[in-house]
Write a new protein. Structure first.
Length: 736
């Protein structure tokens, strides 16, 4: 069997259509679990096997380093080697490489720095203070988010100012311009500037664009639904109007609108590239049929999507579990109980608890700590974001880019060397007077500085010069090791207590990371670039521990069992002031993404009351939960009289069935078990779901009513005390 035949033998019919497409634009609509990475990698291998492409003609881009590594490794296995001269990586890595190769044409210094998120916030904080703008008018966080959105839409400060409507937009344009000025003065770019800079470079320098376009004859883009305007423009510049472009994506999984992703890029693909072929992958190789039916019932209500139905290649499975909890504590206990049962057959690392907002993790973390259950919060402080690591990286950045003002501002203060705010003010003033970068002004040791500050600066620059000379003759790991010792960074954590030992261990890991990078052929500059390009999505799953994660952070992952918690109206979908129809559509896609992370078990939970940001809120089940077909559901709350499908009114946006229930997807059912009977009313008035108040325990809700008359027992949940079983005649409960 020749190589091409062997490749095709591994594919289903839809996948073969996509892989064997010849020249011209191709859109592969790849539903959840349908094998999109397989199609991308097999298409590259097939192009090479058919002689249509040479390795150096292939450019394949995706969004995370993890996905890029997986793609590169699969291609290497399929073709028996890497793509020599080709490119497989992220959009940002490609853009950064382009800017590093042409810094002058891009208007950048040869050794421009990359400002990380913390440095961007610091720059904006200085800008807002200098412009005397209080946080009540514009916060650092809001300014950073809105400037990022403008950059992703290819809108510069001048364009933003010219189209500004109202004082708020004019103020943002002023801050944007000042922020850009600060970055330029520091010789730095931020994460968004990589893309916008690459686009501007190709638009201004047609010779560079034509050179790249002639080299990369075949373009492949993963997760096309997540591209923003800048990324779509970059692809268009490289390929032209009728490129050999393969775009793989699924509008149902577009969940990053808040950071600039344009779902219209995939919805309007055929308009952007007339004559494009569209292939839909309709087989799901991840999830069971009940999970797919539940997810499909939610997503099919979005109006802006291509109709599609995924069929499960896994087959039938257990029903989707639904649990309506009394409150978030009851929800956490239920989830922990279920996890305990699952762990008899499922590794902890194959179990995920997914939620809409980070604040929801607290009760689950508390419950798991009490039970000594291993867990990890995905998106917690990453290694590269830890203070001691970032301090050391600032020194390394100054070795390769002496004028990196952002790194200087950090490194000069660690360890403390007597350079206070007064000294920094003198240095800033000297830099402005000399029209020089801040580190260069500091090297000149301005007269206004105190003798102590001048001595500290002289020693600091002597250290940098010695380390820079060392970097020219020894391996990067040795440079890092010497830096830690000579600078005093390591000595800061020599007390031997647990925190200091942990921080020192992190610095040792930095040495190991530099050594590992050198083994891959990276020098110090490339090592620092690689670190700067890391994102939250590149965080590896840690060992055999239950994963607690936001829905956004779970994108691209899959688990044997998934708990999608907090499915209440207002939380999922999350409703904010000014929420639009587009926001509602994205919330629906977010629920769909969460549900389709599950392979064999999907558990959906909702709570009657929930404490969010210190407030006790009464909620009702999410409309998404009500849309799940009953025939694929096992209701685990019915024993408590808590049936989300029966006890709550339909969501006002949903049409009603003739029987008054939510239209959702509950009919037709075969067989139809008929309506569930309500529990008989008790003469004493106690019933599950009734809110009560206790003099000591405070407000609560009844979960169960056991016995009658003098033998009546009430199982309740209280905000202050948790679960309690009370005798009503003695407890003096007040019905609320």
């Amino acid at each position: 069997m020749d190589r091409l035949a062997k490749l095709l033998a591994d594919l289903d019919e839809d996948q073969k259509l996509a892989v064997m497409h010849g020249e011209g634009p191709l859109l592969v609509v790849a539903g959840a679990g349908s094998g999109k990475t397989r199609v991308l990698t097999y298409r590259i291998a097939a192009l090479l096997a058919r002689g249509l492409a040479q390795p150096h003609e292939v450019l394949a881009v995706t969004f995370t380093n993890k996905a890029a590594r997986e793609m590169a490794e699969r291609v290497e296995r399929l073709v028996g080697g890497g793509l020599r001269g080709g490119f497989v990586g992220t959009f940002h890595r490609f853009a950064l490489q382009l800017l590093r190769n042409h810094p002058a044409e891009a208007g950048l210094s040869p050794r421009f720095a990359i400002a990380d998120e913390d440095e961007q916030r610091q720059v904006l904080d200085r800008v807002l203070k200098r412009l005397d703008i209080p946080a009540t008018r514009l916060s650092v966080r809001a300014a950073r988010s809105r400037i990022s959105a403008a950059k992703n839409a290819l809108v510069g400060p001048e364009a933003l100012a010219s189209r500004a409507r109202g004082d708020a937009e004019r103020l943002l344009a002023e801050v944007y311009e000042a922020y850009e000025g600060e970055l330029r003065a520091a010789g730095a770019v931020d994460f968004d500037d990589m893309l916008t800079g690459a686009v501007a470079l190709l638009e201004r320098h047609d010779a560079i664009r034509k050179s790249l376009a002639s080299r990369f004859h075949w373009l492949l883009v993963d997760e096309y639904q997540d591209t923003n305007l800048a990324q779509a423009r970059l692809v268009r510049l490289l390929g032209g109007k009728a490129p050999n472009l393969t775009a793989v994506g699924d509008e149902d999984q577009s969940i990053y609108r808040w950071r600039g992703a344009e779902v219209e890029n995939i919805l309007a693909f055929e308009e952007a590239y007339p004559g494009a072929r569209v292939v839909t992958l309709g087989r799901n190789y991840r999830s069971t049929e009940p999970i797919l039916r539940a997810a499909a019932a939610v997503i099919e209500r979005n109006p802006r999507r291509r109709p599609k139905r995924l069929s499960s290649e896994v087959g039938a499975g257990v029903p989707v579990t639904v649990y309506l909890a009394a409150d978030e504590a009851d929800e956490a206990r239920f989830v922990a109980d279920e996890i305990s049962r699952l762990r008899a057959s499922v590794p902890a690392g194959e179990i995920a608890v997914l939620f809409r907002v980070n604040a929801q993790s607290r009760p689950f973390e508390g419950e798991m700590v009490r039970r000594a259950m291993p867990y990890v919060v995905v998106g917690g402080t990453r290694f590269w974001e830890r203070k001691e690591v970032r301090d050391a990286l600032a020194y390394l950045r100054l070795l390769v880019a002496p004028d990196d003002a952002l790194a200087f501002r950090r490194a000069i203060h660690v360890p403390a060397r007597g350079i206070g705010q007064v000294a920094m003010d003198h240095l800033e003033a000297a830099a402005a007077t000399l029209a020089a970068a801040l580190p260069e002004a500091a090297r000149r040791l301005p007269e206004a500085l105190s003798p102590r500050a001048r001595q500290a600066l002289a020693e600091f620059f002597a250290l940098l010069d010695a380390l820079r000379a060392l970097a020219g003759s020894v391996a990067p790991a040795e440079v890092v090791r010497e830096l830690l010792e000579r600078s005093g960074l390591a000595a800061q954590y020599a007390s031997g207590d647990e925190d200091d030992s942990s921080r020192r261990a992190n610095l040792d890991q930095l040495v190991a990371a530099a050594a590992e990078a050198a083994e891959r052929g990276l020098d110090l500059v490339a090592f620092l670039d690689e670190v700067a390009l890391l994102t939250d999505a590149d965080m590896r799953r840690e060992g055999d521990a239950v994963q607690l994660s936001t829905l956004h952070a779970a994108k691209g992952l899959e688990f044997e069992a998934v708990f999608l918690v907090g499915m209440e109206d207002g939380l999922l979908p999350l409703r904010r002031e000014g929420s639009s129809e587009a926001d509602e559509e994205e919330e629906r896609r977010l629920a769909y993404v969460g549900m389709t992370r599950a392979r064999r078990r999907l558990i959906l939970t909702s709570a009657r009351v929930r404490r969010i940001n210190g407030q006790l809120l009464s909620g009702r089940p999410s409309p998404f939960l009500l849309e799940v077909p009953r025939e694929v559901v096992e209701d685990r709350a019915a024993a408590f009289g808590r049936d989300p499908f029966r006890t709550h009114a339909p969501h006002p946006r949903l049409p009603e069935r003739s029987d008054g229930g939510p239209a959702a997807s509950f009919g037709p059912r075969t067989p139809d078990p008929g309506p569930r009977s309500n529990p008989p009313k008790r003469p004493d008035g106690w019933r599950p779901g009734l809110k009560v108040r206790h003099a000591t325990f405070g407000p609560g809700v009844i979960l169960q009513v056991q016995g009658t008359g003098a033998q009546t027992r009430l199982v309740c949940f209280f905000d202050r005390a948790g679960r309690k079983t009370l005798i009503p005649s003695l407890a003096h409960l007040e019905k609320v």
